[in-house]
Design a protein around this ligand. Structure first.
Ligand SMILES: [Zn+2]
Length: 95
């Protein structure tokens, strides 16, 4: 890891896609990320103009960015450790 997580993507064919882990984030974070990618349809870079546009469409931009940096570890953790069975005899040795 150590790499920046990709939450959303705007392809050159103008397809928007989003990381499935975003189901773990609150609504205002989703609104920010969707706004971010939609603005990329018009402005492909991260210029000052881009951020001004994102902020004007989504006033919660700063709050959302802060939320993502604060909760990054929680929503990117290995979910295997969360959903792993406690100690199941029948699964023993199979993983
Ligand atoms: Zn971007």
């Amino acid at each position: 890891m150590g790499q920046r997580t990709k939450w959303g993507n705007c392809s050159s064919r103008r397809n928007l896609s989003f990381n499935w882990r975003l189901i773990l984030t609150p609504d205002f974070v989703l609104r920010y990320l969707v706004t971010h990618e939609v603005v990329h349809l018009a402005i492909p870079d991260h210029s000052a103009k881009f951020w001004l546009t994102v902020q004007s469409l989504c006033p919660e931009t700063e709050k959302a960015k802060q939320w993502l940096s604060r909760h990054h570890a929680q929503i990117t953790m290995d979910l295997g450790s969360v959903f792993a069975p406690e100690c199941s005899m029948e699964n023993e040795g199979r993983f």
